[in-house]
Each structure stands twice: as C-alpha cells, then as structure tokens.
Design a protein around this ligand. Structure first.
Ligand code: FMN
Length: 208
C-alpha cells in the first residue's frame, strides 16, 4: 500500500484550486493499493510560524496532528494558485513548520491560474522549495490555466486536454512514488544485509 497526501494551499473565499485538488483526489482513489488524504489548509488553519513547533515545550496539537499526516505519507502533492508570481503564503507558512516529515519523499507540484500560463512561476518555485526540504520534486508538473473555466463547480475538467493533463500527472506521480518506495525498501533490506555482514566480519576479527 502507498499513502499519498495532497496539500491544498488555497484558502481564498470563492477559491477555484479546490476543484483541481478534488479531481486529483478522485483520480488517486481509483488507483489500486493507494490510500489518500486531502490536507486542506482552509480547514487546518495552522498558526503563523513563531518557532519550530517540535522544539516548543508545549507543542501545538494542530501542528502535531499535521506532522503525523505528513509523516504517514509516502508521497505528497502540493497544489497552489499563483499569487504575485509565486505560490501562496499560506502554503509556505504551513510547510515551514516542518522538515523531517518531507525528507527523501517524492513531491509533485500543481499550480493554477486564471490566465493562460497556469501559475507556471508558482510551480517552479514550489519545485525549488521541495529541493530545500531535502525531498525529490517530480520533473513532470501539472499546470492548470484558466482554472475558473477548465474546472467546473463539481470539480470535473470541462475539456479533454485538462482531463488528460490531470490523468497523465497522476499516472506519473504514482509511478514516481512507487519507484522511490521500492528503492527505499530495497535500500532498507540491503542495509540489513550490510549490517549483518559487518557484524560477522568484526566477530571474525575478534576470534582470529
Ligand atoms: C492576490 C492574488 C494575486 C494573484 N497573482 C497572480 C499572478 O501573479 N499571476 C497569475 O497568473 N495569476 C495571479 N492571480 C490569479 C490567480 O492565480 C487565480 O485567480 C486563481 O484562480 C487563484 O486560485 P484560487 O481561486 O484557488 O484562489 C492572483 C490572484 C490573487 C487573489
């Protein structure tokens, strides 16, 4: 089983990016052996960062719960509209609370915009953010132009192109996440073999 968490970084009244998030969630729910969760920052309302929560004597319970949600994810998808040339402040604030939770995880980015560029600047900046977290940004991104038209209120794409783009993105993301999961499992078993081997060699050295 593989668990994928989607983080929705749009909390605006009348927001449209939630439609894209909902559609991606639906596509993921159709994939066998995959479980999902949608971490909607409008619902979570994480506090503004004043210090690393994990170092606080009384850790904020919301942050502790969010940390658990991130930790149990094998892969994460960040969804954000472009605001003033970048991804949203609410997404950055949420992510800055955490670090270890993201390490070595596959992360896909999705940007939306009301214009034809679909928030491409936001998507590039999200990929840089992923690198800073010590995680792996998936090379393929999902760019959603004219989001108020390309996604209907019921969260379905209104044209074939948008529908295909979303499906391709999810296919790629499942492949990418699975490839990393298999690599990690292989690495973990190799490490066990390596540890057993070094233990044996040091025992041999001691007895010789
Ligand atoms: C504060 C603000 C800044 C924006 N800046 C940009 C921008 O720099 N580039 C762009 O293409 N669209 C920009 N937009 C348009 C949004 O990307 C577009 O409205 C999108 O639907 C917003 O997603 P949302 O509906 O989930 O909030 C901006 C919108 C807002 C509210």
């Amino acid at each position: 089983m593989m668990h994928i968490a989607l983080i929705l970084g749009s909390v605006r009244d009348g927001r449209k990016s939630n439609r894209v998030a909902q559609h991606l969630l639906t596509l993921l729910q159709e994939v066998p052996e995959v479980t999902t969760s949608l971490l909607d920052l409008a619902t979570w309302q994480l506090p503004l960062l004043t210090d690393r929560w994990s170092q606080s004597p009384e850790p904020n319970p919301q942050l502790a719960a969010f940390s658990l949600e991130l930790s149990r994810a094998d892969g994460i998808i960040l969804i954000s509209p472009e605001y003033h040339g970048s991804y949203t402040g609410v997404l950055k604030n949420a992510i800055d609370h955490f670090w270890n939770e993201f390490k070595k995880k596959p992360i896909g980015v999705v940007s939306t915009g009301s214009g034809r560029f679909g928030g491409i600047n936001a998507s590039s900046e999200m990929q840089n953010l992923v690198l800073s977290l010590g995680a792996f940004p998936m090379p393929t991104k999902l760019i959603v132009p004219f989001v108020h038209q390309t996604y209907a209120e019921d969260a379905t794409p209104t044209d074939e192109r948008s529908s295909k783009d979303a499906s391709t993105f999810i296919e790629e993301f499942v492949w990418f996440s699975n490839a990393l999961l298999v690599a990690k499992q292989h690495h973990a078993s190799q490490n066990t073999i390596y540890l057993k081997h070094t233990k044996k060699s040091s025992q041999n050295e001691m007895t010789s």
